[in-house]
Design a protein around this ligand. Structure first.
Ligand code: KG4
Ligand code: ZN
Length: 333
């Protein structure tokens, strides 16, 4: 079995995956959302401290399986450096104690492999990756053959939801709550869709965030619950329309028969429904991971770990390094 560890941001998670059958034998996650909520975003030092206490607690539950572990897959890039270090330290200690090698795993590749948990790999695929840290369209041909076709020029899709929630004092993370508020709202605010004149499929969310900030400012202290619902609905509509327009540019190129959405913000139901319609218009099949595997988790790291295991990407505890920023390392072959 592979023991996998994920601690790149604010979720501490461990999983055990059978290498030959891909069966997920154990999977547990302790989320730190509540602890960060009052700050409106992840506080790195707090995240690191919480990983340091949560990871050993989960490991205790996985203890009965330790003798069956052949290797340890751990997220080593990208992410918050102080958070990554916690998972990597645990991997190093276990590697020495159990005398097994380590498989360093790129977190973004983990998100791609969230599609294949307990399933066979199904590549090539076009992939929309939408998380708190990334907004990208990827051409995923194989484990090593992942090309970035489009990226955000500034903020990410998920982060823009978090920032809008912060402006409305709705805590962190903002994705699910903004989606919920949007259900009761009308598109009363005329937020413009970003990058409409751009010929490329790049993304940008800083301007849209600013439009929301100005609208909130204009309402001053008199902001009502209905105003909040309407801001959420208007913002979400512009944010998703932007994604759809950029994905359409890629789909028009006829590169893919199959497309997928991965990443924490891939849980957004409106995004899922609208992407399904868009892909349908191009005769492209849309794949989605199970909801529980959209946000950060160790099961996806274990699943990517199976591919790394087959490719013998082993390193020793002395060799493994973290890479907090990694666009270039993301196997742009
Ligand atoms: O993949 P993930 O768990 O962590 C990163 O790797 O960043 O993604 C978390 C992000 C957060 O920004 C969160 O607000 C966003 O995903 N998110 C959503 C939804 N659920 C989570 N964004 C929009 N709509 C949602 N329903
Ligand atoms: Zn993630």
């Amino acid at each position: 079995m592979i023991l996998s560890i994920e601690s790149s941001c604010d979720d501490s998670s461990l999983a055990l995956t059978k290498i030959d059958t891909r069966k997920l034998v154990f999977h547990e996650k302790i989320s730190q959302e509540l602890a960060h909520s009052k700050y409106g975003g992840v506080v790195p030092e707090l995240a690191a401290r919480l990983h340091a206490s949560a990871l050993p607690k989960i490991l205790e539950k996985a203890a009965p399986y330790l003798k069956e572990i052949k290797t340890i897959a751990v997220t080593n890039e990208p992410g918050l450096s102080v958070s990554l270090i916690e998972g990597v330290m645990m991997a190093k200690a276990l590697s020495i104690a159990l005398n097994v090698p380590i498989l360093p795993i790129n977190h973004l590749k983990g998100h791609i492999y969230s599609l294949f948990i307990e399933r066979e790999e199904r590549l090539p695929l076009g992939v929309l990756l939408v998380s708190g840290g990334h907004t990208q369209i990827l051409d995923a041909k194989s484990y090593d053959g992942v090309k970035i076709l489009a990226s955000t020029l500034d903020d990410s899709f998920g982060e823009s939801f978090d920032k809008v929630a912060k402006m409305l004092h709705l805590g962190y993370p903002g994705g699910a709550v903004i989606e919920e508020y949007a259900k009761n709202g009308e598109k009363r605010f005329n937020f413009t869709i970003p990058m409409q004149k751009s010929k490329t499929a790049a993304f940008s969310y800083s301007g849209l965030k600013n439009q929301v900030r100005l609208a909130v400012q204009k309402l001053g202290g008199n902001i009502s619950r209905q105003d909040m619902y309407d801001i959420a609905a208007s913002f979400q509509d512009a944010a998703i329309s932007h994604i759809l327009k950029q994905c359409e540019k890629i789909l028009k190129q006829n590169l893919f028969k199959e497309f997928a959405i991965v990443g924490g913000a891939g849980a957004n139901q409106t995004l899922r429904e609208k992407m399904r319609i868009l892909c349908g218009n191009f005769g492209v099949k849309l794949y989605l991971p199970q909801l529980e595997f959209c946000s950060d988790n160790a099961a996806m790291i274990g699943r990517a770990g199976i591919e790394a295991y087959k490719l013998k990407r082993f390193v020793s505890p002395h060799e493994i390094k973290i890479s907090p920023k990694t666009a270039k390392l993301f196997c742009n072959k």
